[in-house]
Design a protein around this ligand. Sequence first.
Ligand SMILES: [Mg+2]
Length: 106
Amino acid sequence: MEKEKSLTLEELLRPCVKFRNAGITEQMEKIAEEFLEVDEASEKYVVSPSDFKKKHLAMEIADVIVSCVTYLHNLGYDLAGRKKIYKEIYKKNDIRDYYKDYRKGE
Ligand SMILES: [Mg+2]
């Protein structure tokens, strides 16, 4: 069996450059649309959980993440800029102890 190649941060958090000229309103509408799809997928999963519905929900959540990464990119945050933002967010969350159990490996 061939070993699966690990994705780099850049590959994991790649913006949709096709929408590089999207305005703020269009980007917010896209994020809202994707969020509603997460809401719908969550409800379907909660009502009758299945592996298929769980994967569908996960993909909708990832759509929100990609939409947000695209918005950051369009605001002018390239990968290095986004890394700085993520670091600040993680630092803020760390101060709030949001990663307490994560650090312990639990
Ligand atoms: Mg979606």
